[in-house]
Design a protein around this ligand. Structure first.
Ligand code: NAD
Length: 517
């Protein structure tokens, strides 16, 4: 297939030149739609990664001394570049991920949304906070936020630009350097994002990108870091968490899901049906928060099923660098085989195919039809583990208690969606679901796009959160700076003086406790 005009050899050479690679190994990065090689992506050795950290650390020493206002200016220029180069970013995302253009464009705006939240408030967030000290009037304590140093970010392929760049923005704003390891399949768009950050004035060396297979390049990224931000599968997340624990560094782990959607009896199907379509098939079902299990009340089930299946069968699939197709490719032939295996396993164990179920080699090597199943049970792969593809299981329920029980019957807890016109009742149902994110009358985007609220998983879906104030403060250490204006805490040697000091202390404590009530 002809690559988009913006994806020139010069651009590819300029961005991949940033990857340190002394041993000269490469990975064949392919265009997903055709399987043709786009570029030989340099691979970093563990020594290259150590050197990348050393360079980021040198740059970070100066960057952390910059006033926050000066750091913010770099990101304001970066914002403008993201708007100006929007087409090129979307082109790169599409080439390396095979997603539909609509979805690639949505991904390009994620870093802008992140900046819209953090840029106006980062100075306040990082400003020292004065608190009272242990002895009223003569002592103070100040909470001072210091950058952790260099943050290692390990990112997946499904949102390479968003997870590579958006998670780095609060880390950099807080005064850290960053070493990013994207997935080998999708390194181009994050490399271009870093390229634009340097164009916007980021000090040279501060943001490094290293490339390699996860099991080879991942461990040195963790071992040299002061903090790890990981997005990926639950299985890899467990390894990252263990390694970070051994190194006694913090880690934020954003992992997989098996996300439920509940359609309550009063749901408006005119909104629910298109919403369900988005919730399941956006990004070809390769969204950590997308819906894989749908619970529909008995009173609406037949009507919902009929309208939903008709809408699924009407979805436009295709490989095109324009806004025509509504659903694009899966990331790779391997992943397509994994999705096909989940469907075949479900059918072999008694599930029913309502629509879809087949690969579409006529469209490209990794296309798979949007698929709806019924009768999926927990002994099937598609019933208990993340499929991460355009496949959904429909279930009928009779009472809200039953729907909540079924929604919670999973090891995951990333996202849930509840649909109903009585918003208070729907929110009450949402509160009963063990999930880090709940969207009412939306598939998942409402929660994910609310950048002011921390977003993370519970149960096996993660530890910690991105977004919100905590999404930036997690990249800082707190220094507790306590000052005594006069030394009154030293223990007197004379027992009588000590007793007097104790009486004074107890009196002061009693007084303070009354103030607090
Ligand atoms: P993955 O865990 O296979 O890989 C993620 C990243 O980890 C890649 O960069 C990979 O190279 C690296 N990696 C792999 N093995 C490693 C190791 N041993 N040590 C260090 N790094 C290693 O996940 P994936 O298949 O690329 O991504 C899909 C998964 O990501 C899905 O489970 C999805 O739900 C999850 N995801 C979660 C979120 C979220 O916010 N919760 C967002 C996007 C994707």
């Amino acid at each position: 297939m002809t690559l988009p005009a913006s994806v020139t050899d010069e651009l590819l050479a300029a961005i991949t030149a940033r990857v340190p690679s002394t041993a000269g190994g490469t990975h064949k990065l392919t265009e997903v739609y055709s399987g043709e090689v786009v570029v030989e992506l340099p691979q970093s050795t563990p020594e290259d990664i150590e050197q990348a950290y050393a360079a980021a650390r040198r740059a970070q020493m100066t960057w952390s001394q910059w006033p926050v206002r000066k750091r913010v200016k770099v990101f304001k220029r970066f914002f403008k570049l993201l708007v100006e180069r929007n087409d090129t970013i979307a082109d790169l995302i599409q080439v390396e991920s095979g997603k539909a253009r609509r979805m690639a464009v949505e991904e390009t705006v994620d870093p802008m949304m992140i900046m819209n939240y953090y840029l106006p408030r980062v100075r306040k967030l990082l400003a020292p906070t004065k608190r009272s000290g242990p002895v009223p009037l003569v002592s103070t304590s100040t909470e001072i936020r210091q950058p952790k140093g260099v943050v290692g970010i390990i990112a997946p392929w499904n949102f390479p630009f968003a997870t590579g760049i958006s998670d780095a923005i609060p880390a950099l704003l807080a005064g850290n350097g960053v070493v990013l390891k994207p997935d080998n399949k999708t390194a181009l768009s994050p490399l271009y994002g870093v390229h634009l950050l340097y164009e916007a004035g980021l000090p040279e060396g501060l943001f490094q990108v290293v490339c390699g297979d996860g099991p080879v390049a991942g461990p040195p990224v963790i071992d040299n870091a002061n903090y790890v931000m990981f997005t990926g599968s639950t299985q890899t997340g467990r390894f990252i968490g263990q390694r970070a624990g051994q190194n006694l560094i913090g880690a934020c782990l954003e992992l997989g899901g098996k996300n439920p959607m509940i359609v309550l009896p009063d749901a408006n199907l005119d909104e629910t049906v298109p919403g369900a379509l988005d919730a399941v098939f956006r990004n070809t079902g390769q969204v950590c928060m997308h819906v894989e299990r749908m619970y529909v009340h008995d009173s609406l089930y037949d009507a919902f099923r009929q309208r939903f299946v008709a809408a699924v069968e009407d979805l436009r699939l295709g490989a095109a660098y324009d806004f025509g197709p509504e659903m694009g490719s899966l990331i790779s032939p391997d992943h397509k085989d994994r999705v096909a295996e989940h469907v075949a396993d479900a059918l072999a164990k008694g599930a029913t195919l309502v629509t879809g179920g087949n690969a579409r080699p006529d469209l490209g090597p990794a296309f798979f039809e949007p698929t709806v199943l019924e009768g999926v049970t927990k002994d099937m792969l598609a019933g208990c583990t993340e499929t991460f593809g355009p496949v959904v299981a429909l279930h009928r329920y009779h009472s809200v208690d039953e729907a909540v029980r079924l929604a919670n019957d999973t090891d995951y807890g990333l996202s849930a969606s509840v649909w109903g016109t009585d918003l208070t009742a729907a929110a009450k149902v949402g509160a009963r679901i063990q999930s880090g994110n709940v969207s009412i009358n939306e598939g998942f985007a409402a929660a994910y796009a609310a950048k002011g609220t921390p977003s993370g998983g519970v149960k096996q879906s993660g530890v910690g959160a991105r977004h919100g104030d905590q999404g930036l403060l997690k990249y800082t250490d707190v220094q507790n700076l306590a000052v005594m204006k006069k030394q009154v805490m030293t223990s007197p040697r004379d027992p009588a003086d000590f007793a007097k000091q104790r009486d004074g202390m107890l009196k002061a404590m009693t007084f303070q406790s009354k103030l607090g009530r």
